[in-house]
Design a protein around this ligand. Structure first.
Ligand code: NAI
Ligand code: MG
Length: 330
């Protein structure tokens, strides 16, 4: 059966790294239909809308979506797109690879970030000239759903080998009601499912992770904490050009590099396609092509180790040369 993959390149280097990821997907004999859709600054300049209804609909009805990045309109694009695929968890692996200079080469952690609420739920108000407020939303249902996903993730052996179970990072000592609820529900689900779970206050975690990343494997966090702490981990492994992510929903998902449009290098054909290609590997795994996803990861690892490499990793290769090397390894 044909599986429909919606491809949204977006702006900047999105138009360079997403085609690279599609090249890799096309290297397999899988019956994918790729459907191009528009979103971002460029389409907003043309039509007034950063996320055309047709793109939202296409993503909502796809088997999976591959997205690059949007520029200034990023929030107007990615938040509704995560909604279009009904995503409740953002999966962000941060792994250091041999051959890539990393601050902490032993880093191998996967963040499972709550993707619908917390402080990103959009309830902000300007109450006076002096006062603005934000309502932080935490539900038991979303917390438990994230925890169920985390337990399955761990049970399926998808976490790093060096750690069992997961760590929940929170700040329930201060945000007693909201993070209190989050912590309680996540730990309760782990207990019910017989999964090992420990906890860290998220500020202490931010110190302990760079000091010794091997203490952690799978890390479960509220929305903002997951955003910030996974970027911290990105810094430990050698930069944004390497980090993929998956927004997983109940019956749909969207895959995207963690990086943005990189305006400083856009248009030069020198962006690192690794993050987008590893996002495609996550897409393959999500759709059940687990062996294929693993092969992509291995090909990427070999190319990172042996070259060619793009400028961000100290090399001088183009996006196309790196992509061709990965396809060749496959
Ligand atoms: P950025 O991730 O675009 O770039 C940060 C730095 O990392 C730049 O020096 C860039 O050259 C480098 N970099 C990023 N990806 C790279 C790659 N694949 N290969 C080589 N070098 C790479 O973040 P920045 O500069 O903060 O944001 C630029 C634009 O991207 C902004 O308009 C922002 O709104 C948007 N953005 C969009 C996101 C999305 O659509 N999901 C996420 C983050 C930023
Ligand atoms: Mg971020």
């Amino acid at each position: 059966m044909t599986q429909r993959i919606v491809v949204i390149e977006g702006d900047g280097i999105g138009t360079e790294v997403v085609p690279a990821a599609v090249d890799v997907l096309e290297a397999f004999d899988i019956d994918f239909e790729f459907v191009a859709a528009e979103a971002g600054d460029a389409v907003k300049a043309e039509t007034g809308e950063a996320l055309p209804a047709a793109t939202y609909e296409a993503a909502a009805n796809a088997d999976a979506t591959l997205f690059g990045a949007a520029g200034e309109t990023a929030a107007d694009v990615i938040l509704p797109l995560r909604d279009a695929v009904d995503s409740f968890v953002n999966v962000r692996p941060a792994k250091a690879y041999p051959g890539v200079e990393a601050l902490r080469p032993e880093t191998d952690v996967v963040f499972l970030r709550e993707n619908t609420e917390g402080v990103y739920s959009g309830h902000e108000d300007r109450l006076s000239d002096d006062l603005s407020t934000l309502t932080r939303v935490v539900t038991s249902s979303a917390s438990r759903e994230l925890a169920e996903f985390a337990c399955e993730f761990v049970d399926d052996g998808r976490g790093p080998d060096h750690q069992d179970g997961f760590t929940v990072a929170h700040k329930a000592n201060v945000m007693r009601e909201t993070d209190g609820r989050f912590r309680e529900e996540v730990l309760a689900v782990a207990e019910e499912r017989g999964v090992d779970a420990d906890e860290e206050l998220m500020d202490a975690f931010a110190t302990k992770l760079p000091l010794d990343p091997t203490q952690y494997g799978v890390v479960v966090c509220p929305n903002l904490a997951g955003d910030v702490l996974s970027d911290l981990a990105a810094g430990l492994v050698g930069g944004l050009g390497l980090l993929p992510s998956a927004n997983i929903g109940h019956d749909n998902a969207l895959f995207e590099p963690v990086h943005g449009t990189a305006p400083d290098i856009a248009g030069e054909g020198v962006a690192n396609p690794t993050a987008a290609i590893l996002s495609a590997a996550m897409l393959l795994e999500y759709l059940g092509y687990v062996a294929e996803g693993e092969r992509v990861r291995e090909a990427v690892e070999r190319v990172l180790a042996d070259g060619p490499r793009t400028g961000d990793l100290g090399g001088s290769a183009t996006t196309d040369e790196v992509t061709a090397a990965v396809v060749d390894r496959l």
